[in-house]
Design a protein around this ligand. Structure first.
Ligand code: ADP
Ligand code: MG
Length: 328
């Protein structure tokens, strides 16, 4: 199978929203009047982001999911994406499940594949997504990192730390019962981008980011961009790990210190961390309900810069948590 046959067989599909899809030198996108394009790229590299034997269907899902997560963080509605793919060989046994996983998630979000590039080389998957954000009275409705204000509440969606739990189990640093491992692996391999929540938070949240490198590090980006600080209640945050399973699965197997490590600095969660004024608490709950995505209030934005962690009694935690930095 040659390059063009490969593209035709696995990556060429009719488009409905894009003006022109795969097949010409450029794709054509027509943003609706009164909207901006939100654009983001994410690359998955073998050996760095996934193991050599990773399931191709799940990789297809994850490669798009991490990109949709960025659109979610901006409150953008997914429109289309491009796929730049380096492959060691044109292997049907890999391409078929990969494209199936990719298109299953794409179809669930009405996000169309409109182009890309295909080359021989070590497996590398780079996707660029395009989303749409309304502009109202000349002002973009995109959620940014820079809008948090002193007095805002800090929230996080869903659960945190489960992907890290899976990674540690695969590394052999923690032994998990089979059922728990399966659930945690699902979170690592098949993250759910919080697109509906991002859309529902437009006009409600003051700032947002998706949690890919660990909550503390990613929240730190909001604090820096907004020139504020925050206090996080770790007695609430610790409840975010594998919420459904915690009492009988995780407790007794993993120390609470380590659970907190996973929650605060685990990475690969693809939840949304966001801020909203205290006056918007009802609106935040309404958004969560509309998006059918649970959210938890875990702290407060303050004028004093820096990130402070407290326990249930309000005492400061002094230990440090390392967030993930590829070049650190
Ligand atoms: P060019 O040589 O002009 O860069 P290519 O020959 O690389 O174009 O690609 C031909 C067409 O197939 C283009 O429309 C391109 O966007 C599309 N394409 C190439 N690789 C992929 C891919 N992996 N997924 C989707 N579309 C692709
Ligand atoms: Mg090309």
């Amino acid at each position: 199978m040659g390059e063009f046959e490969l593209i035709a067989r696995y990556f060429t599909r009719p488009t409905a929203r894009a003006a022109l899809g795969v097949g010409d030198d450029c794709a054509l996108l027509q943003p609706a009047p009164g909207t901006q394009l939100a654009i983001s790229s994410d690359m998955l590299v073998q050996g760095r982001h996934f193991f050599a034997d990773a399931d191709a269907f799940l990789l297809g899902h994850k490669a798009l999911a991490v990109n949709l997560s960025d659109l979610a963080a901006c409150g953008a509605r997914p429109l289309a994406f491009t796929l730049a793919l380096a492959l060691p060989e044109a292997d049907d046994a890999w391409l078929e499940p990969f494209s199936r996983g990719l298109f299953a998630l794409a179809d669930a979000h009405g996000c169309e594949l409109i182009g890309g590039d295909t080359t021989q080389g070590p497996l590398n998957i780079c996707i660029t997504v395009f989303g749409e954000v309304p502009v109202v009275n000349g002002k973009s409705r995109a959620l940014l990192r820079s809008g948090a204000r002193a007095g805002d509440d800090v929230y996080v969606s869903g659960t945190l730390g489960d992907a890290r739990l899976a990674l540690e189990a695969l590394r052999g640093t923690v032994a998990l019962p089979a059922g728990v491992l399966a659930q945690a692996c699902r979170r690592m391999e098949q993250p759910t981008p919080r697109v509906a929540l991002g859309l529902a938070l437009r006009g409600v949240a003051t700032a947002a980011i998706d949690v890919s490198d660990g909550l503390l590090g990613d929240l730190g980006h909001i604090l820096q961009a907004s020139a504020v600080g925050a206090t996080i209640d770790t007695s609430i945050a610790i409840g975010l790990i594998a919420a459904c399973a915690r009492p009988d699965w995780v407790n007794g197997i993993i120390s609470s210190e380590r659970q907190l490590d996973f929650v605060l600095a685990g990475g690969d969660d693809y939840e949304l961390a966001f801020t909203a004024p205290a006056s918007a608490r009802q609106a935040v709950q309404a958004a969560a309900q509309q998006a059918q995505t649970p959210v938890t209030r875990i702290g407060k934005i303050e004028a004093t810069s820096g990130l402070r962690l407290i326990d249930a009694q309000g005492r400061a935690l002094t230990r440090s948590f390392a967030s993930f930095d590829h070049f650190a």
